[in-house]
Design a protein around this ligand. Structure first.
Ligand code: ADP
Length: 691
């Protein structure tokens, strides 16, 4: 039931209504005081800026040409001096005062406007990240990390620019246009009509520009997301790119995305090339018309239909104020620019925020094990034995079925790509359950359901008798340790990576956090149990050695042992091992195996086994094929039964040359069905044999 082929992000983005209004309501309100202070200071500064041309005009008429009285708008004439020298001095003081006021209030406005914009940006960014983290795996399966990066970076800064520059420039523009128009009308409404006749033209021109530019901005924003996604994929998959010699393919993809972006941007800029000079031309026309008509007026008296007197002072005021017009009006294209960007950006911010989070705690969710989910209970001290373990680790799958939703838009209940069918089994605390079967059989999916990375479509999974949907997600996940074949290490030191999850995160109350030394002791203890202590100790800075992004400076075997140490420290009741297929040398393999055996010893353990020889001791082995359990039992029982397991065992032990033809066919069909790119004959067979 595919709604359409857009991803969830795009769909929710399009549904956002009046994004900037929402931005102000949801983020602006809390910082509104900064905005108000900024606006008021801005308006005062601008009004003060209008004063010098007015005072200059009045002084010229009263002091120098004697054409008019010394009178100022608003101020009663009785307050003003009557002698020329006093009027001149007052004019100088007023002009100077106006500049001081402009300076002081510009300073205040700068601080307030910056505070407003940056505080909102900070809130938007941190909030979006929090929300993004809570989204279900289905969202991330859609590979939208590029888009998310773009929300957290580009969009947040677009909003900042808008809230700072655009808002304040709009206020400035409003004050200037209204203020200047007011003053001009006050002094000579007839000449004012000449000067301001350009305003309606500018308005229409701006309207045309906005209409033309808006759809282009929408396109441009979408393309930024595409570009980010391409870059992100190429960078995170750099190893695959190199090993498959697809650098030129990736370069082409980046070239295409970047060219698209370039072309859209040029589209927008072309409009700007017309708009900006056009506005300046119109402003120039207003200036020239004022100069022409005003000059003629002074020399020959009121031209044409005009009847009022024009003095030299008023003429100077007009010329100076008309010039002040030009700068803020030329900003209009920037304001439009920033406004369009901000609108698109806040649509994306709220699009992300509106995506429903399906996997969350029920209102009456209980804490699994009653404690913090760690076996060690509140004290978290392993040496205290198992007496106070919070979670026993009894796991029951009861007729579980699951289908992947095509994307985050599809209600999981409507998903039709069934990959797990009616799976039932029970594991007692401490049991080891091995999952075997061909690639794509559903082994990993089955265990992702246990940690509620996805929710079952049918049936239920119980841990210690609780449906996993009835316990808090945090307590469930912290009672499950996960060691995968693709180990993620964060940028940071080895020690930080080992304590990640156990002594990092909100779950750990500050007052429960042991002293640094105690943590270090336990980190070392965990590393020893993971057979990692020796190699860590031999590194230049031992446990404080930084490992690069994704831990590129460690070997695969070393990374895996760091990951195992992390789980040892986590001390979960349930362990999920996604066994490594990547070849490590025999000695490393032995070390890893030994540490895993130790780790698994008294926990309920699920092993996704690729080599059957590592799980012959499992209490139960489930053989999966196409999402169904086709065989189950101990190693001996399964060999006895002489089914799929026995065949796989034979292949891996080198007894059978080839897999049955129908088996290879099925695996190949599955690959084709999934549209996996670049699967060549040999790969299918090799992968299948790996199992
Ligand atoms: P296994 O671990 O046995 O190799 P998986 O559980 O990874 O199998 O996959 C089972 C099936 O589910 C496969 O057909 C796979 O293509 C599909 N699948 C796995 N992950 C996803 C996902 N995130 N979205 C959609 N389909 C998926």
């Amino acid at each position: 039931m595919a709604a359409d082929d857009r991803n969830a992000f795009e769909v929710y983005r399009d549904r956002v209504d009046r994004p900037l209004v929402r931005l102000f309501r949801e983020y602006g309100a809390a910082e509104a005081h900064w905005l108000v202070i900024g606006m008021i200071a801005n308006v005062i500064a601008r009004i003060a800026g209008l004063l010098p041309p007015v005072v200059l005009g009045v002084a010229i008429d009263a002091v120098f040409t004697g054409d008019g009285p010394y009178s100022l708008p608003i101020v009663p004439d009785a307050w003003l001096p009557t002698t020329d020298p006093a009027q001149f001095q007052l004019s100088v003081v007023l002009i100077l005062g106006a500049f001081v006021v402009t300076g002081v209030f510009t300073f205040i406005y700068g601080i307030a406007a910056n505070n407003f914009a940056h505080r909102v940006m900070h809130a938007v960014r941190t909030d979006s990240f929090d929300l993004m983290q809570r989204l279900d795996m289905t969202f991330f399966d859609d590979k939208q990390t590029g888009e998310v990066m773009s929300v957290l970076n580009n969009d947040a800064s677009n909003l900042e620019v808008f809230l700072d520059n655009a808002l304040q420039n709009t206020a400035r523009l409003g004050v200037m246009v209204l203020g200047i128009a007011g003053v001009l009308f006050y002094y000579n409404h007839e000449l004012a009509v000449v000067t301001l006749s350009a305003i309606p033209l500018m308005f229409l021109f701006t309207l045309w520009f906005m209409r033309a530019v808006e759809p282009r901005y929408v396109e441009q924003r979408a393309i930024v997301g595409d570009l980010n996604t391409v870059l992100e994929n190429a960078l995170s998959g750099v190893e695959l790119v190199k090993t498959s010699n697809t650098e030129s393919h990736e370069s082409e993809r980046v070239e295409t995305a970047s060219r698209n972006y370039f072309e859209r941007t040029m589209d927008i800029l072309r409009l700007n090339y017309v708009y900006r000079p056009g506005m300046e031309l119109l402003a120039g026309l207003a200036f020239a018309a004022t100069f022409l008509v005003g000059g003629y007026w002074l020399a020959q008296g009121p031209p044409g239909p005009f009847t009022t007197e024009l003095t030299v002072g008023t003429f100077v005021t007009f010329i100076l104020l008309t010039q002040q017009f030009v700068a803020p009006l030329a900003e209009v294209s920037n304001i439009v620019d920033q406004y369009e960007n901000a609108k698109a950006s806040s649509e994306r911010v709220f699009g992300l925020r509106d995506i429903p989070v399906r996997i969350t705690d029920r209102e009456d969710a209980v804490v699994l094990g009653g404690g913090d989910g760690h076996r060690g209970g509140r004290n978290g001290d392993r040496s205290s034995g198992n007496g106070d373990r919070g979670v026993d680790g009894e796991v029951v799958y009861d007729d579980v079925s699951f289908a992947y939703a095509e994307n985050a838009l599809v209600d999981p209940a409507d998903a039709d790509e069934v990959v797990v069918r009616n799976v039932s089994f029970a594991a007692d605390p401490g049991d080891t359950v091995a999952l075997v079967g061909p690639t794509g059989a559903g082994k990993s999916t089955l265990l992702k359901l246990l940690a509620r990375l996805y929710d079952v479509t049918d049936g239920e999974i119980r841990v210690d008798g609780h449906d996993v949907r009835d316990v808090t997600v945090a307590s469930l996940r912290s009672s499950i340790g996960y060691v995968s074949q693709d180990t993620t290490l964060f940028d940071g030191t080895i020690a930080e990576n080992i304590r990640y999850g156990r002594f990092t995160g909100a779950r750990v109350d500050a007052d429960e956090r042991p002293a640094d030394d105690a943590v270090r002791d336990r980190v070392v203890e965990a590393a020893k149990a993971a057979e990692a202590h020796e190699f860590i100790d031999s590194l230049p800075n031992g446990y404080d050695t930084r490992i690069g992004e994704r831990g590129v400076k460690l070997s695969g075997g070393q990374r895996q042992r760091v990951a195992i140490a992390r789980v040892v420290l986590q001390d979960p009741a349930i362990l999920v091992l996604d066994e490594a297929t990547s070849a490590v040398d025999t000695e490393t393999e032995m070390l890893i195996q030994r540490s895993l055996d130790r780790l698994a010893a008294d926990r309920t353990t699920f092993v996704i086994a690729h080599r059957l020889s590592t799980v012959t001791d499992a209490d139960t082995t489930l053989v999966l094929e196409d999402g169904e359990v086709v065989e189950r039992g101990t190693h001996d029982e399964l060999i006895e039964a002489d089914g799929l397991y026995a065949k796989l065992w034979g292949v891996q032990a080198g007894e059978i040359e080839d897999l049955p033809e129908e088996f290879v066919e099925r695996a190949r069909a599955r690959h084709v069905q999934r549209g996996v790119e670049g699967v060549v004959e040999g790969t299918v067979e090799r992968e299948t044999l790996d199992e």
